[in-house]
Design a protein around this ligand. Structure first.
Ligand code: 13P
Length: 343
C-alpha cells in the first residue's frame, strides 16, 4: 500500500489547527479506574462511557478541540442515542483518534526502565480502526529520569518502536502522534530534563528518518522542560517556555507541522501558563498546542463525581479548561480567565 501523503498532511495540520488542541481521553481501563475511584466513582464500562460521553457531547467543544484520543473500549462505545463515539465526534468536526500501544512494559536487562509494546498485529488493528473512523493514533514511550537513567538502551528501544509504529500508521492513512514522554517526576534540575529530552528526541528523529516516516504527516507530543517535581529549585514560567523552545529548535525538524504538549501532572493553571508563554514567544516553525489528559479532564471529573445525573456543570468545567488552553495555544491566556467559568 502506498500512503496518501496529501491526506496525512491535511489531517496533521487539522490536528494542530489555530485555536485548537487535542483532548487525550485515552486512559487505559486500569488508569481510568484509578482516576474514577479517586473521586469515589465505581469504574464500569458504563461509568467510563458516561464520563467520556459528557465531554464528547459538550456544546461548543469543537471550537477548541481538534481531535480526541480514545482507548479501544471508548472507541467502540456509543452515545445515549446509540451513535458510535467516533461518528459522533466526526459529525461535529472533531477528528477521532485511537491509542494503539499496549502499554509500557519492563525492558529486559534494564531494571526500572520500560519499553512500550504493541507492534505485533498492529497493521491489522490499524486497518480495523480506520474502518471505524480513526484519523490519527497515539503511541506513548516513557522515559524516566533517575541516577543512572535513562540508559541508551531504553532510549533506543523506545525510539525504534515509535518509528515502526509511525510507519505502520502512515501506511494505513492514519496520522501518528509520536510521544516520547520524559517524565516530570524526580529530583533533577531543569538542565537534566533538557539533556534527556534532547537525547530522546534526537534518537526518535533518527529512527523516524530510517523508517521513512513522512515528518509532515506526524504530530509530535513532547513534554515541556521542567525541573523534576521534587527538585527544590523550580523554574519560572518564562524559563520553562524559553528553555523548552530553545531545546526543540535544536532537535525538532521544521517539517513537523505541530507540537502538541502533554500536561504530565502539572496543575491545570501551570499547564495553561506554560503553553501560553511559549506561544507568546513564538518564532518557531511548528504550531504549539496541547494534547492534555489530566489538565483537561481532572476538573470536569471532580464536578461530575458530585452529581453524575445533571451533567451540565461538569460540561461547563470541561469547556472552561478547553477554552483556557485554546487561549494559551494562541498566547492569549491570562490568569483572570480562571475566574470566568463559562455560563
Ligand atoms: P497528561 O496530559 O495527563 O500528561 O496526559 C497526556 C497523555 O496522553 C499522556 O500520554
Amino acid at each position: 500500500m502506498t500512503m496518501d501523503r496529501t491526506r496525512l498532511e491535511e489531517t496533521a495540520r487539522a490536528m494542530v489547527a489555530e485555536g485548537k488542541g487535542i483532548l487525550a481521553a485515552d486512559e487505559s481501563n486500569a488508569t481510568m479506574t484509578k482516576r474514577l475511584e479517586a473521586v469515589g466513582i465505581e469504574s464500569t464500562p458504563e461509568s467510563r462511557r458516561g464520563f467520556r460521553g459528557l465531554m464528547f457531547t459538550t456544546e461548543g467543544a469543537a471550537d477548541h478541540i481538534s481531535g480526541v484520543i480514545m482507548y479501544d473500549e471508548t472507541f467502540r462505545q456509543t452515545s445515549d442515542d446509540g451513535t458510535p463515539f467516533p461518528e459522533l465526534l466526526a459529525s461535529v468536526g472533531i477528528l477521532p483518534g485511537i491509542k494503539v500501544d499496549t502499554g509500557a512494559k519492563p525492558l529486559a536487562g534494564f531494571p526500572g526502565e520500560t519499553v512500550t509494546e504493541g507492534l505485533d498485529g498492529l497493521r491489522g488493528r490499524l486497518s480495523e480502526y480506520r474502518e471505524l473512523g480513526a484519523r490519527f493514533a497515539k503511541w506513548r514511550a516513557v522515559i524516566g529520569i533517575g541516577e543512572d537513567r535513562p540508559t541508551r538502551g531504553c532510549i533506543e528501544a523506545n525510539a525504534h518502536a515509535l518509528a515502526r509504529y509511525a510507519a505502520l500508521c502512515q501506511e494505513a492513512g492514519i496520522v501518528p502522534i509520536v510521544e516520547p514522554e520524559v517524565l516530570m517526576e524526580g529530583q533533577h534540575a531543569i538542565d537534566r530534563s533538557e539533556e534527556v529530552t534532547a537525547a530522546a528526541l534526537r534518537a526518535v528523529f533518527e529512527r523516524l528518518a530510517e523508517q521513512r516516516v513522512l515528518l509532515e504527516g506526524i504530530v509530535l507530543k513532547p513534554n515541556m522542560l521542567l525541573a523534576g517535581y521534587d527538585c527544590p529549585e523550580q523554574a519560572s514560567v518564562e524559563e520553562v517556555a524559553e528553555r523548552t523552545l530553545a531545546c526543540f529548535r535544536r532537535v525538532v525538524p521544521a517539517a513537523v507541522p505541530g507540537l502538541a504538549f502533554l500536561s504530565g501532572g502539572q496543575s491545570d493553571e501551570r499547564a495553561a501558563a506554560h503553553l501560553n508563554a511559549m506561544n507568546a514567544i513564538g518564532g518557531v516553525p511548528w504550531e504549539l498546542t496541547f494534547s492534555y489528559g489530566r489538565a483537561l479532564v481532572a476538573a470536569p471529573l471532580k464536578v461530575w463525581a458530585a452529581d453524575t445525573v445533571e451533567i451540565a456543570d461538569a460540561q461547563d468545567a470541561f469547556l472552561h479548561r478547553a477554552r483556557c488552553n485554546a487561549a494559551a495555544r494562541m498566547g492569549r491566556y491570562v490568569e483572570s480567565m480562571e475566574h470566568q467559568l463559562v455560563a
